[in-house]
Ligand binder design. Sequence first.
Ligand code: ADP
Ligand code: MG
Length: 693
Amino acid sequence: MRPTLLDTLFADATTLPGIGPKLGKILAEFTGDKIVDLLFHLPSNLIDRQYRPSLAEVEDGRIATFEVEVMKHDVPRRRNLPYRILCGNETGYLSLVFFHARGDWLGKAMPQGATRMVSGRVERFREQLQIVHPDHMLPQAEFDKLPIVEPVYPLTAGLSAKALMKATQAALPDLRALPEWQEAEWLKQQGWSDWQDSVQAVHRPENMSALEPTHSARARLAYDELLAHQLVLALVRRDRKKQEGRAYQPADDFQARLLAMLPFPLTGSQEAAIADIRDDMASPMRMLRLLQGDVGSGKTIVALMGMLQAVANGAQSALMAPTEILARQHADTLGPWLDELGIRWQLMTARNKGKMRQESLDALANGDVQIAIGTHALFQDDVAFADLGLAVVDEQHRFGVQQRMALSSKGTGVDVLVMTATPIPRTLTLTAYGDMDVSRMPDKPPGRQPVETRVISMDRYPEVAQGLNNALAEGARIYWVCPLVNESELVDLAAAEDRAKALQKIYGDRVGLVHGQMKPAEKDAVMTRFATGDISILVATTVIEVGVNVPEATVMVIEHAERFGLAQLHQLRGRVGRGLDKSSCVLLYRGPLGETAKSRLNIMRETEDGFKIAEEDLRLRGAGEVLGTRQSGLPLFRLADLEAHADLLPAVHDDVKLLLERDPLLTSPRGEALRVLLYLFRRDEAIRFLQSG
Ligand code: ADP
Ligand code: MG
């Protein structure tokens, strides 16, 4: 139950002045529908009414405030003409201009001869000073009640600056003190004030510097938000560790036999990751480990070693791939090894239907199958395992904390290994994956050919298209990727189709097309033709992104490269350079490019190290953009800015660690306050982990 102390904060925004049902609906979508949501919606700019020049000296375009006398109303003869009020003082004249004005109201508010404070953005129209729709026209006494500096909030359609400001400001005087959840010593050291003062300060900025994320009030609130987030991750992690897992003896025999079969030695990174997993699985606690390694770093073998450990102990393992194609590819590579080891395995995807599917289900349920490879079909409700010991997830899109937990529900004490090829800068790993243990694999298998990357303007498209001839003459296979342009699949599809047609004019039926709207079977058919060399140029929308392996492919052309995120470009480029032949990547861009875009494409030319690319991208674009939730699995914060507040992350982490050591059940005064914090940020689902004790 939410503490009653938070009731006013969680009252509907519609209880604030000026917020009716209609605005309430808009707010619900835009900021959230509670008062606390408005308070967490921070100003992005401000209007300073301290600027009070004379009418003779005012600068155009600035927001200015004047004391004037109302001289004359110019009532329009036609509805579509503006209503004008002429005002002035000893320094000059000023027109106030209104479109679709209500004359009766203006007559009352601005009677002729009255003195008024008028403020708004000043402009010059035919040598005359004017303000269109002034922000304020008030008698002195009322004007004095306005804040001199007014915050300006990010807006959405249907929501006016004034309404939002008024409502938010109205919520401020009612703020109650909340128990302090930060350490007094730390607050003092940072020079931060308490919560309600900080909230008030961010909504009453006195100058532009108060809008900086590093301003003390903003930094405090950011810390609060990060603290709530990290605390939840830590509680989830602790709860998981408390759950009984199973201890699997290392599978030395299987692993040695597999090693002997491999035509290559393992990399140092692979050995280290395998050791991490072996230890996790051998311990009686449950494993939840993230295996982070670039495309081609050899994660699959590492996962296989873990799966062997479960199997050697009589349990089952499951490997889940994000797509049908990838599941098949895993089956193709792992299958022969598993056969050789005498392990019973099976491929299971959405394409297993009817009788075949029933047989698969039975085999899983009675334990005939020891290793299952498949898509998410593996984790559907009607799938039961005899005894699932390890679930490996080769992920494309990141899962949230919730889904990570749900995954292990297919058995008791199931160990979970998540593999990702999206590198995240080290500083952000904890924020994204604080509930998991992480193994990073920086090394790549030796002997890979570097991919030569060129950045070329689309103006030179004809050259590039013709240039493929040389590569084809040498037997190359070529990917040509067309990007998401409109976030509309149909429009993107049209672009890819056009490109395929244009290339077909030159290269005839050696050109194929694969896109997201095709049925899985059609997609596979095209991919197979490409893999076997039946077609040599594969035009694709980004469906190939997810790790298809065609070692013969040596050229990657990416159209509109400037529209892709660096992580995505890096993933795409990882599709070539997998075989023995020299590979190249052409990044086609449509200019003109800004400085950042240029630098970003240049990074691609300079390095193939995914972790380095991620760090650089973070530096250039900021965390918010690089790591939108969808792409990265990072949570979206409202008050914290992962880039600007990056230096707070280690402090938050240490804080949480120490706190849970001293007060594991959050029963101290600070612990109680932290429970309030979790409710405040709607992260209270983690509180149930405190009750069981
Ligand atoms: P990813 O990390 O992208 O999933 P994979 O596991 O698919 O990478 O491995 C990519 C390729 O590299 C596979 O063909 C695999 O057999 C090969 N490979 C894996 N480990 C090594 C190694 N240590 N030395 C050489 N080749 C390796
Ligand atoms: Mg892989």
